[in-house]
Design a protein around this ligand. Structure first.
Ligand SMILES: O=C(O)[C@@H](O)C(=O)CO
Ligand SMILES: [Mg+2]
Length: 253
């Protein structure tokens, strides 16, 4: 199996280009990140070229962090900001050759939020299509992100159908899905056509995948059997130094 290091959590204490090099040295096949915007895109591109790693994806900016924003695209009345964040992210993604963009919904609820999300995603998909970029939406669990608009794969499936764009896919983060819905094996199989990227972490502590209530040896076998072609995103919070958390990866090599 192939694995992508999520540099929002792994080597998060290092500047992004150094984190990319560390992921290469540790044996990862790809990288992904959260919000790379403080690092000039050419520095990221240079590190990717040097290591030969692909940046699989990044997130749209969350908005006004001091005001508690966690994404903008499902916030009625804030469409101009949401679309500016989408434009910014697509420009950055194109500059570093990233294939996926996670468009973050934000804290909202109700029909107006649903309409705003669908409309903003339609805009994102249209703008992304020419660059060959896939737009992802990710349900987040209610404990880490209470009040977030998108919380389940069932809801994400409805949104994907409402937008109806071929380049809109589901980010299936096993950690969030286990906390909200469980039944990982069946859900991966049922949703395989909609899934654009898969992430994982132990549950419930969001650590390395070698402990906790989910048996990842089994989940990885399911994913392999389904023939999912892309590296899986290791998006967990190491308990100490990232290098000391990689026994699971070594064991699989
Ligand atoms: O699971 C997560 O938290 C991330 O994948 C993310 O992009 C948003 O916080
Ligand atoms: Mg995730």
């Amino acid at each position: 199996m192939k694995f992508s290091a999520n540099l929002g959590f792994l080597w998060a204490d290092r500047p992004l280009p150094e984190a990319i090099r560390a992921a290469k040295s540790a044996g990862f096949d790809a990288v992904e990140c959260h919000w790379p915007y403080d690092t000039p895109a050419q520095e990221v591109r240079a590190a990717l070229r040097e290591t030969g790693l692909e940046m699989l994806g990044l997130n749209t900016a969350r908005g006004d962090l001091a005001a508690g924003d966690n994404g903008l695209s499902a916030l009625p009345g804030r469409e101009p900001e949401a679309r500016a964040a989408i434009d910014e992210a697509l420009t950055y993604a194109s500059e570093i050759g990233a294939r996926n963009l996670h468009v973050m919904a934000g804290f909202a609820a109700g029909p107006a939020a649903q309409r705003a999300f669908v409309d903003n995603l339609a805009y994102a998909c249209q703008e992304a299509a020419d660059a060959g970029i896939t737009i992802l939406i990710e349900p987040l669990n209610r404990y880490d992100a209470p009040g977030y608009f998108l919380t389940t794969t069932v809801q994400a499936d409805e949104v994907i159908r409402a937008v109806g764009a071929p380049n809109l896919k589901l980010m299936f983060d096993c950690y969030h899905v286990q906390l909200m819905e469980g039944d990982l094996s069946r859900r991966l199989e049922a949703l395989q056509a909609q899934i654009g990227h898969i992430q994982f972490a132990s549950v419930p502590d969001r650590g390395a995948p070698d402990h906790g209530e989910v048996n990842y040896a089994h989940v990885f076998q399911v994913i392999e059997r389904l023939g999912f072609p892309m590296p899986l995103g290791a998006e967990y919070k190491p308990a100490g130094a990232t290098e000391d958390s990689l026994g699971w990866l070594t064991a699989l090599r």
